[in-house]
Design a binder for this molecule. Structure first.
Ligand code: ADP
Length: 159
């Protein structure tokens, strides 16, 4: 089975992430979306909430699975029988860091990284920008899936 992992924070999932996941699902037998558990990074949504949202918005894809990981991505890959990582590239600014990670992951465990260029509709889109806009009451429709909009509203109304 040709399996690929799509790792990230997904705090929260955006239409840019979804576009990459959907295109990867067309190329591979199975896509494992892996949510990074990073206790040092402040996040708006818990890992469980991020996973719930991802499961909801990928429910129509029969070959997408959502999981979590902490520590090294190469260890997650090894324990799940995955040898390829897929990442979305928005701009040249993403490239330097991503190239370093890709080369290190290959050096550590021969895990390959494939880059998919973002859909130009979403090249300016990031989870952090979405959170900032939503926090100040801006309109994020079209940037994140519908279930995420209601979650953002509920979360920000409470804070
Ligand atoms: P963010 O940088 O928004 O916090 P994540 O860490 O959750 O994103 O990103 C996970 C993966 O999704 C990364 O490979 C990142 O480059 C990719 N990605 C994020 N936003 C987009 C987008 N708008 N278009 C394409 N890929 C994206």
């Amino acid at each position: 089975m040709r399996r690929v992992v799509c790792p990230g924070s997904f705090d929260p999932v955006t239409n840019g992430h979804l576009d990459i996941i959907e295109r990867a699902a067309g190329l591979y037998d199975e896509v494992v979306v892996a949510v990074l558990i990073n206790i040092t990074k402040h996040s708006l949504f818990t890992v469980d909430e991020r996973i719930e949202m991802l499961r909801e918005v990928t429910a129509d894809y029969g070959n997408v699975r959502v999981d979590r990981f902490h520590g090294l991505l190469v260890d997650f890959c090894e324990s799940h029988g995955i040898s390829t990582v897929i990442k979305g590239l928005r701009a040249v600014s993403d490239f330097e860091y991503e190239m370093q990670m890709a080369q290190m992951n290959y050096r550590m465990a021969k895990v390959e990284t494939l880059f998919m260029t973002t859909n130009p509709l979403y090249s300016f889109l990031s989870s952090s920008l979405v959170k900032e806009i939503a926090e100040y009451g801006g309109d994020v429709s079209g940037l994140v899936p519908e279930p995420v909009i209601s979650r953002l509203r509920a979360r920000l109304a409470r804070s």
